[in-house]
Design a protein around this ligand. Structure first.
Ligand code: ATP
Ligand code: ZN
Length: 303
């Protein structure tokens, strides 16, 4: 049976229970080495090999759970974080959650959707208009920053039907492909927030063993994010072209140069590239004199 440590020494991470962020969030934790069993009620995943448990909740509740220190970490969209942050600030709250890092999923934009055929000529055009949204605070903040007064019509969902119901002139909603907008004869006119899944942390300082585990987990997350793009590249290079060739390696730090047995004119170059290596780069390397090129995926990385 797996050893279970005392509850308060365990890190609690809030993750969306079922939705667009759920699979990516759990996959990220698994790639950090976490194996878990899901509780009977399906609301908690108990970490079996690390003192880390995952609470499965509605995404809208995640900032509050973290801000109130019920969870130590949370994974949620920047759109939800910003809306809640502005709400807390307006209530005079000082102890907010902190953002620890942007993740590589959940990309979307909070944008204005205008009826097809109505051109968008800038924020001034919004003066006096009725705008339907589920993000009233982010929108109000944008309008204020642009010196525009408009009527915000708060919706709790299905914002895109507001214009055809005659309840709004335009909408401000999350968009990724734009197909929902198109299906409602709207188009994406301008973006006010670029959003991604983001990791947030409790405002309370962690201590002792728990703080050490958190540090470990955060380093592993960084490693996982880096690895996805990273490649290990090996090639042969004429000594005379070494400078030109290493300059072409994308996002690499000092490469390893290895002599080749019986060859004074050529060396082997090994390097970790922190960006993807595209065919174009390989072609340029070849032109610069490189040969025997190999590009390998990187499995794990720890700085
Ligand atoms: P919950 O039941 O947890 O409240 P939800 O319906 O509010 O779920 P989802 O639709 O699963 O939430 O979206 C979760 C997050 O995914 C959004 O807050 C946003 O950050 C991100 N996201 C990415 N693309 C889109 C999109 N096209 N539309 C809406 N959200 C998107
Ligand atoms: Zn939600």
């Amino acid at each position: 049976m797996a050893m279970r440590m005392t509850t308060d020494a365990r890190i609690k991470i809030a993750v969306q229970k079922s939705g667009r962020l759920t699979d990516h969030s759990l996959e990220l934790l698994v790639r950090c080495g976490l194996s878990y069993s899901r509780g009977k009620d399906q609301l908690i995943c108990y970490g079996e090999n690390m003192p880390v448990d995952v609470l499965l909740v509605r995404d809208d509740d995640i900032p509050r759970l973290v801000q109130e220190d019920i969870c130590d970490l949370g994974i949620v969209g920047l759109n939800i974080i910003e809306e809640r942050r502005l709400e807390l600030i307006s209530q005079g709250e000082k102890e907010l959650f902190s953002e620890v890092g942007t993740l590589d999923f959940g990309q979307c934009r909070l944008s204005f959707g205008l009826p097809a055929g109505v051109p968008f000529e800038g924020p001034q055009q919004l003066q006096g208009k009725r705008i339907a949204t589920t993000y009233p605070r982010i929108l109000a903040d944008y309008l204020k920053r642009n010196g525009v007064e408009a009527q915000i019509v708060a919706f709790s969902g299905a914002v895109e039907i507001a214009p055809s119901l005659g309840k709004a002139d335009l909408i401000c909603d999350l968009v990724s492909s734009g197909s929902t907008l198109r299906a409602h004869q709207l188009y994406e006119a301008a973006t006010i927030l670029e959003s991604r899944a983001t990791m947030i942390q409790t405002p309370k300082a962690l201590v002792g063993e728990k703080a050490r585990w958190l540090q470990r987990l955060l380093l592993r997350i960084q490693g996982v994010l880096q690895v996805k793009e990273s490649k290990y590249i090996m090639l042969h290079a004429p000594r005379s072209a070494l400078k030109a060739i290493t300059a072409l390696l994308p996002g690499s730090e000092s490469p390893t140069i290895i002599p080749l047995e019986g060859r004074d004119d050529k060396v082997a170059v090994h390097a970790v590239c922190r960006e993807n290596v595209f065919w174009e780069t390989l072609e340029q390397l070849k032109e610069a004199g490189a040969s025997s090129m190999l590009v390998l995926p990187v499995e794990k990385m720890l700085a």
